[in-house]
Every structure is written in C-alpha cells, then in structure tokens.
Write a protein that binds this ligand. Structure first.
Ligand code: GRF
Length: 203
C-alpha cells in the first residue's frame, strides 16, 4: 500500500511514519511521496534521507486555492495513494480536495478535540488553566479539525509548564499514536462510515 504524507515544516510526525514502516509498526505499506508547500521544510530533507520522493508546490505560483489543490491532487494521485497523512500541513484544504480523499485522509491535531481546533493549542490550554491536554488523530472532513476522532493521547499540564514543555510532551505522544492509527487503516481495521470512525474488533 502507498502512503503520501503532506507537510509544511519539521516533519517529526513524518519521521515517525517513516520509522513505523521500517520497524514493523506499519506493515505492508511505504511512504511513496512527501509533499510540502514550503521549500525549506525540514521534512523534505527527511524524505530525501529516507530515499522517498519529495515534492514542493508553492501556493504563490497558483491563482487560487482550488487551482493549487488541483495541482496537489495531480501530484499525489500519480502515486496511487491508499492513505493520505496530514502531518503539520499548515494550509486549509478546499472542499474538492477533501472530498477527493474522503475516508482515506488522516490528520493529527495537537489538542483533545473537540477542544481547541485551529492554532496555538498549547498556549490556549495553558491560558485556560487546563490540567490536561493532548493530541487527536482524526479523519479529515470539510470541517476544519472537525472530522471524526480515531484516537487521542492525553498528557498532564504541570504548574510550571510553558507552551514549549507541553509541545514536547504532546509530540512524544503523537509519534506513538500516529503510526498505530496508520497501521489500523492500512490493515483495513479502521474506516470512516457515515461520518464516524469505525474500528473493527481485531484492533
Ligand atoms: C504536530 O504537533 C501536529 O499535531 C500539528 O503540527 C505539528 C507538526 O509537527 N498538526 P511535525 O512537523 O510533525 O514535527
């Protein structure tokens, strides 16, 4: 099976997926390509080091979101993907793009959804005085960070934490759960049915 990963930055979650394909957490699948909307994303370097095709598309070269997203579809579909993984891809996706990959696109969001969709989740959790925080893997639907949640991991927030402490604690969990959920999907144990995430009994 083929996985295509979309990134905009560091790509530590991409790395967890690449590692998962090598260490047996993810079986019968490979990362076929990595697409970034940022030329200097370190994730593209991770792809290169792993011998995986890296693609850069610059949104500034396209007239509008729809045209850019069409160009992404063309690049991605050349790899006949079974699963699209959003891993720190910092662009809003058009309805057409999301519908094209409906039921086979996952995202990881650094909050315990439905809490804190959008940006700056760690600071928002701190400001709210939350005692716990975390991360969610969910199917992507047209509602931003609103698709059905598959798996969450919780982390504590301690009194002397700053946003960087929480970021690091959350990322550790992301690197653990994203490969797991990806394997469930690849193995056919996880599906989106009628807008809900369904896991079969083997999982
Ligand atoms: C992750 O924390 C993820 O939750 C969010 O963006 C971050 C990406 O980090 N969507 P990285 O590029 O995978 O290191």
């Amino acid at each position: 099976k083929n996985i295509v990963v979309l990134i905009s930055g560091n790509g530590s979650n991409l790395q967890a997926i690449l590692d998962g394909c090598n260490n047996g957490i993810i079986r019968d699948a490979k990362v076929a390509a990595v697409l970034s909307n940022k030329a200097d994303a370190y994730g593209l370097e991770r792809a290169r080091l792993a011998g995986v095709d890296g693609i850069h598309l610059d949104a500034k070269q396209f007239a509008d979101r729809e045209t850019f997203d069409k160009a992404m579809i063309k690049e991605i579909d050349a790899y006949q993907p079974d699963l699209i993984i959003l891993a720190g891809f910092m662009r809003i996706l058009s309805g057409d793009f999301v519908r094209h990959y409906q039921g086979k696109m996952l995202n990881i969001h650094p909050s315990l959804l439905p809490k804190y969709p959008g940006l700056n989740t760690h600071q928002r959790a701190l400001d709210a005085g939350d005692k716990e925080h975390g991360t969610s893997v969910h199917f992507v639907t047209e509602e931003l960070d609103g698709g059905p949640v598959v798996l969450q991991a919780k982390v504590p927030i301690f009194a002397d934490d700053n946003a960087d402490d929480i970021f690091a604690r959350v990322q550790e969990q992301e690197h653990r759960i994203y490969p797991l959920v990806s394997q469930w999907f690849i193995a056919g144990h996880l599906k989106m049915v009628n807008g809900k995430a369904e896991l079969d009994s083997q999982t």
